[in-house]
Design a protein around this ligand. Structure first.
Ligand code: HEC
Ligand code: HEC
Length: 406
């Protein structure tokens, strides 16, 4: 039986397994990967321990319950399923057979139904509704619940604000919010505790290249070349990536929208920080995509949204993104009202963090590029905006480049 009531399961099997993931991290700290002075090492060790330890007075979870180092500090369906199996196979008489990942505060789709967690590694996020947005079918609702993937943690000092809807300014505030939302603790964390976790998180990088780029940026230097030697195919992929993708995943941290060809005007005066690339369902009419349809689409809800200029619109969406949290997201972009916008994620380490997008609907990098192929064609043909189309022959080179470099 699942036990949702366990408040303090000091000996739970999963606590032991998360702690088993800590020693290699401590070894990396001692090698100097998290800073070279004795003080750097002390701070990183404290932060790592706090990140991996179940928070006192909570539901048995630690940050690492969801941000698993083996998944680039995200959470994969593979990891969830392995934990689920282990829990099912534990002897029914074992009072310690509990896994705090499977808590019905945010992990289930309904009583004891963990389907979306097990198949897509999605967690429920409860977002307060601002006065300008209502659930059409429950106009008095104060919150809406959406299903989101656990983001990988890498290069965080360059990617603020945090969350896929950009609502949280600092890592300390983010950690405090996570304790409340996911860990059900009544204990107020101390500023030192939050700072230690933030310090540890700021030192997390998907790979050595990302760490070197960050070190240069912190010193105010130009980002060094960190690509390994590329084959002819990968070189071609790099050029195409820069042409088609690098304008949004731009700058050294890959999160800057440098050029806007999706909404007029196309003169660089309106480069929105959050963008709709057609992931939330349903799709706009005229757009098709292989990552939409049965098996991929999530349940939708109807939203009524009051527009700043007066009047309101209705939107059917599985997750409307920043429109829930950012007043500026309601301002039109070049005369277009845009919903389902999300933060631009950095891409380092993505080889280890499939599936992709805010609701994990793309299984592979090929799926991602094919989705963009359809999205670019839609913007070009249906909207009539000057976004170039991605030819079929450019798909494989881009995927090969991302596999090699990110
Ligand atoms: C139950 C699973 C779960 C637990 C436990 C959890 N998180 Fe998260 N975390 C998430 C999800 C889901 C998101 C994305 C939320 C969103 O975008 O609305 C997230 C987002 C984040 C982000 C933002 C990353 C970015 O790039 O914007 C950070 C940082 C983070 N978590 C750190 C922590 C820390 C620190 C802890 C422990 C104090 C923690 N998390 C505990 C599931 C979890
Ligand atoms: C118009 C801006 C824009 C362009 C162009 C763009 N992206 Fe993105 N990208 C985004 C946004 C915004 C998201 C988050 C979307 C979501 O999850 O709903 C994203 C998400 C992703 C993800 C998922 C990352 C993760 O951790 O889940 C990958 C991979 C990706 N993009 C690769 C690419 C590639 C490859 C191209 C070029 C073919 C590209 N992007 C072009 C804005 C863009």
């Amino acid at each position: 039986m699942l036990n949702h009531q366990v408040a303090s399961n000091a000996m739970s099997t999963s606590r032991l397994s998360e702690f088993a993931l800590l020693p290699p991290i401590i070894a990396a700290i001692e090698r100097g990967e998290f800073g070279s002075t004795a003080e750097d090492k002390r701070r990183a060790t404290t932060g790592a321990t706090n990140f991996f330890a179940p928070f006192p007075g909570g539901n048995g979870r630690s940050c690492a319950t969801c941000h698993n180092p083996n998944d680039g500090y995200s959470l994969s369906p593979h990891t969830v399923e392995a934990r689920w199996r282990r829990l099912q196979e534990a002897p029914r008489t074992d009072p310690r057979a509990d896994d705090p990942l499977f808590r019905n505060i945010d992990a289930d789709d309904g009583k004891d139904d963990y389907t979306l967690l097990r198949t897509r590694a999605l967690i429920k996020v409860r977002v307060p509704l601002p006065p300008r947005v209502r659930l059409t079918d429950a106009p008095n609702a104060t919150h809406v619940t959406v299903s989101r993937a656990v983001p990988a943690l890498s290069g965080l000092q360059f990617t603020a604000p945090y969350q896929q809807d950009r609502t949280i300014a600092t890592l300390e505030e983010q950690a405090r919010a996570a304790l409340k939302a996911h860990m059900q603790s009544s204990v107020e964390p101390t500023p030192e505790f939050l700072e230690s976790i933030a310090y540890f998180e700021r030192q997390l990088f998907a790979n050595a290249g990302a760490r070197r780029v960050a070190a240069a940026l912190v010193e105010g230097l130009a980002a060094p070349e960190v690509d390994p030697p590329l084959t002819a195919l990968e070189k071609q992929g790099k050029e195409k990536f820069e042409l088609f993708c690098g304008k949004c995943h731009g700058g050294a941290a890959q999160v800057k929208n440098l050029e806007n060809r999706i909404f007029p005007p196309f003169d660089g005066t309106t480069n929105p920080v959050s963008i709709n690339v057609g992931v939330s369902n349903p799709l706009p009419s005229g757009m098709t995509s292989e990552i939409h349809g049965i098996g991929f689409d999530l349940p939708t809800q109807r939203f009524t949204i009051d527009l700043p200029a007066g009047g309101s619109v209705q939107l059917l969406s599985s997750d409307p993104g920043t429109v829930l949290t950012d007043v500026h997201a309601l301002e039109t972009v070049g005369g277009n009202q845009v919903f389902n916008r999300f933060d631009i994620p950095q891409l380092r380490g993505i080889n280890d963090t499939a599936p992709y997008f805010h609701d994990h609907r793309a299984q592979s990098l090929e799926d991602v590029v094919r989705h963009y192929q359809r999205f670019f064609a839609f913007i070009n043909e249906v909207r009539g905006f000057p976004l170039p189309k991605i030819p079929d022959e450019d798909v494989d080179p881009m995927v090969a480049y991302m596999r090699k470099v990110f």
